[in-house]
Design a protein around this ligand. Sequence first.
Ligand code: SF4
Length: 347
Amino acid sequence: MNGTTRTVKVGNVLIGGGHPTIVQSMWKEAIGQIDTALTARVDALGRLGCGILRFAVPDMDAAERLGELAAVSSLPLVADIHFDWKIALRCLDFPIAKIRINPGNIGARWKVAELAGKASDKGVAIRIGVNGGSMPKDLEDRADRPAALVEAAEREVAAFDELGFTALIVSMKASDVDETIRANRLFASRHDIPLHLGVTEAGPAIPGIVRSTAALYTLLKEGIGDTIRVSLSDSEENETIAGSEIVALADGGRKNPSIISCPKCGRAGFDTHAFLSRWQGRIYALGKPVTIAVMGCVVNGPGEARHADLGIAGGGGKAIIFRKGAIPRTVPLEDADSEFGEELSRL
Ligand code: SF4
């Protein structure tokens, strides 16, 4: 969260101006049929901590489907558009919360003016997204990559400034952590426009989360950044959980569950890995700041997790379930899931 940026409204969410940092994700597939399965998954992403959800809109059919979804979505939706301003104009006929588009991709100034005018009338924000992999030709070979990213963003911003359009959010993403940090620092030192942070093409889950955390945590701790996306070659759910963890670490004030779990060793009387693969999603879906401990054995289990709101540990061929302030209960291993589930539903 950054108290020095202007506030921009994205649907019912406020970005910048010291408002809480918002976690975003992006839908991985083409928008399909708008049915209850799709809306239920959007709702579930919201419970995991996703505050804004973006969709690629490559053609008019996709714009129509996104419009249909926006009318029933529990989350503010963003239309991600490249080149064709007519698609952006069509999206603005629907309750879309934000458009991601770069004026430099649209072409003629009158087209940019038409888009900015309609977005302004509808109260829709626009994100300018500059990406290290698709820089303007004259900036491609500049040695100072962060400065080049900032200049590319500033050119796009200037096109909207001329038109008096201020509901802007900017992102400058590189796949290099250091470039991402330096570009965002430089931009933040010059502008009050809210920043959407992210490391682009960050990779599969493990390296992607490591790289994103290094960049985003660093910037958020400096008070730079108003909304984040952890881009992973992985699910929207895992992007959201990773983003929520980074925000909880950097900003404090955790809003999502915290899972404490042991790495497991030869003393384990309980398969913590298998248990977590069954329960992680449901734990995060609680959507509140509880601490859950999953420990392999009683040697360190209950002791290490004594502050947990709910914990489970293996021992003597049984599972021990402990709740903060209550006497631990021992249950047969085969009943561990059902007993744990019952306790979880009481939290
Ligand atoms: S809690 Fe027990 S099983 Fe887990 S790592 Fe520690 S000693 Fe090993």
